[in-house]
Design a protein around this ligand. Structure first.
Ligand code: CU
Length: 163
């Protein structure tokens, strides 16, 4: 009878130890979460102070899917996230940033839109924005103001005209 009690107690103790260890490694995982990175960020020179677009590629090196949920800038109080459907753009609450994937913000597709500008930037200017994510910490990005006809990607192939 004595042996039985001791064994049960030992089992209970080892279970507690296991739980404590796994709880510890869980918090370590969270700390090493890589932040999203941004490349090729630009703004075509705005025509006037009414609106401007922003384009870039956002890369998610993390194993966790995330979402772009908002954008802020000192150049405008109203930055929106837009998607393009049937050649018409519309505001959306967020855009998906897949795990180990990327979110392309490009002409004719998903993009960031400034509604109302406090000044009209010129080619060569820099515009700072901050991207907000559902899970990742905010990321600061510098947009380079480019010519209106500028596109980030060089034409990859000549047979890309078919839609
Ligand atoms: Cu738009």
């Amino acid at each position: 009878m004595n042996t039985r009690t001791t064994r049960a107690l030992a089992a209970a103790l080892s279970l507690t130890a296991t739980l404590a260890i796994s709880g510890c490694s869980g918090s370590e995982d969270k700390a090493s979460k890589p932040a999203p990175t941004v490349s090729g960020a630009f703004m075509p020179q705005p025509v006037n102070d009414k609106m401007a677009g922003a384009f870039m590629v956002i890369k998610n090196g993390s194993k966790t899917a995330d979402k772009l949920t908002g954008v802020t800038s000192t150049l405008s109080d109203d930055l929106q996230i837009h998607e393009t459907k049937d050649q018409k753009m519309q505001q959306v609450q967020s855009l998906d940033l897949p795990a180990n994937g990327e979110l392309k913000l490009e002409r004719g597709g998903d993009h960031i839109m400034f509604m109302g500008l406090k000044s009209t930037p010129k080619v060569g200017d820099k515009v700072s924005i901050e991207l907000r994510f559902e899970k990742a910490d905010p990321v600061k990005v510098e947009l380079e103001v480019k010519e209106r006809t500028y596109t980030a990607q060089p034409p990859a192939s000549t047979d890309g005209n078919a839609h």
